[in-house]
Ligand binder design. Structure first.
Ligand SMILES: *Cc1c(COP(=O)(O)O)cnc(C)c1O
Length: 397
């Protein structure tokens, strides 16, 4: 992906984020097909929280709906409200649940809360009574993450007293894995057993369990609805193996100035980098305010025409300095662009340099970047093979 140079609006942009909606769609098809490989009609949702992991929920949502995606998850009610405008008629589930007093907002915008405890369930039932309508609800059962969801005792109450759901339409029951990216972690199988037991005790409602990495744990984990986020956007769901997903973003930053420096001169705040030889330094237009973390100091590089160029000195709020001594002068002039993310640097690799994960790199992508949406055709969609392994402690049936 390169920046289309013929766009007037991009002439003044300091940095340009290019999002390939076609690649996101191809990733979605690949994950959906991994579920369908089981021979059951499994659906694949899309998690669009945090602005679709930084890529732009209001662009990604409709693109995936056009691809056939019928279920969408966000974290906040306001994220759901924003999406509702571009996704009329399709279910949008709010993972963070029902906030007291927000029932009217959910009803007005036709958002479905993911209910996380009995108190929320009761409040939503009361709303159903007030509005005199069977409202949709999702139940989130905690099976070991201990973050959100009905605990095991409350889950037992639901099983014993089905009347507690009266007046609601149970759209989905779900749970969330704590260590799905570690394929051999026994916690996966333990959570699966608990979730299975609950699903069996609540017949009739569709079930959803697998996030991106969970899909790769095999068909036992798929249930009725897959729930990927990260993998849609190209983050590697299998950190110990080659990434099966297509990259979806590229980031190019403009060279603002190029200067000569002498040996032993320092560059940037605190004089944190000192030149060992005379050379040239280029200053480019992004910084920590754009999600290019300060933790990257002296730990990463960018690319100019495929050539690796070290980032030097402290990351500033709006600026980064790079050592271009070894780049021919004609290839690094003010106004030129350098590749920050792209074919030579994935969000996952930059994340390693910043000692974080690809999720944090993606969701921190700067709000100041000019954004270009492309829709490249991809017929080479990933065909993730899921590990058809039997979980150590999962009960079979
Ligand atoms: C964020 C989230 C997901 C998506 O997880 P990925 O690892 O990004 O695929 C699924 N379910 C819940 C409850 C989540 O919070």
């Amino acid at each position: 992906m390169s920046v289309p140079a013929d766009n007037d609006a991009l002439r003044r942009a300091g940095a340009v984020l290019t999002v390939d909606l076609g690649a996101i769609a191809a990733n979605w098809r690949g994950l959906r097909d991994a579920g369908r490989a089981n021979g059951r009609p499994i659906d694949c949702a899309a998690v669009l929280k945090a602005d679709a992991y930084g890529t732009g929920a209001e662009k990604v949502g409709p693109r995936l709906a056009a691809e056939g995606c019928r279920h969408f998850f966000v974290a906040h009610i306001d994220e759901g409200i924003a999406l509702r405008n571009v996704l009329p008629g399709l279910p949008i589930y709010v993972l963070n649940g029902l906030l007291a007093g927000a029932e009217g907002d959910l009803v007005e915008h036709e958002l479905t809360p993911v209910l996380n405890h009995l108190g929320q369930l009761n409040a939503w039932r009361a709303a159903a009574q007030r509005y005199n309508r069977a409202l949709d609800a999702v139940l989130h059962i905690d099976t070991g993450l201990n973050r959100l969801g009905f605990n095991q005792e409350e889950a037992q109450v639901l099983i014993n007293e089905r009347g507690r759901l009266r007046g609601l339409r149970l759209a989905l029951i779900m749970s969330h894995l704590a260590a799905s990216e570690e394929q051999s972690n026994p916690v996966n199988g333990e959570q699966l057993s608990r979730f299975r037991a609950f699903v069996r005790a609540m017949p009739g409602a569709p079930a959803s369990f697998a996030n991106s990495s969970g899909i790769f744990l095999g068909p036992d984990y798929h249930f009725d609805l897959l729930r990927p986020g990260a993998a849609l956007y190209g983050i590697n769901p299998l950190p110990e193996r080659d990434n099966p997903m297509l990259p979806t973003v590229a980031l190019h930053a403009r060279v603002l100035q190029v200067r000569r420096i002498d040996a032993f001169q320092t560059v940037g705040y605190g004089g944190a980098w000192r030149a060992a030889r005379a050379g040239r330094v280029a200053t480019i237009a992004l910084g920590y305010a754009d999600g290019y973390f300060r933790a990257l100091i002296n730990r990463t590089h960018v690319h100019i025409a495929g050539r690796r160029v070290p980032v030097i000195g402290r990351i500033s709020m709006d600026l980064v300095t790079i050592d271009v001594t070894d780049v021919p002068e004609t290839e690094c002039q003010p106004g030129d662009t350098v590749e920050v993310l792209g074919p030579h640097m994935s969000p996952d690799e930059l994340a390693e340099h910043a000692r974080t994960n690809g999720y944090e790199i993606m969701t921190s992508l700067g709000r100041r970047y000019a954004r270009v949406y492309v829709d490249n055709p991809h017929t080479d969609e990933p065909a993730p093979e899921s590990e058809a392994q039997t979980p150590a402690s999962g009960d079979q049936a």
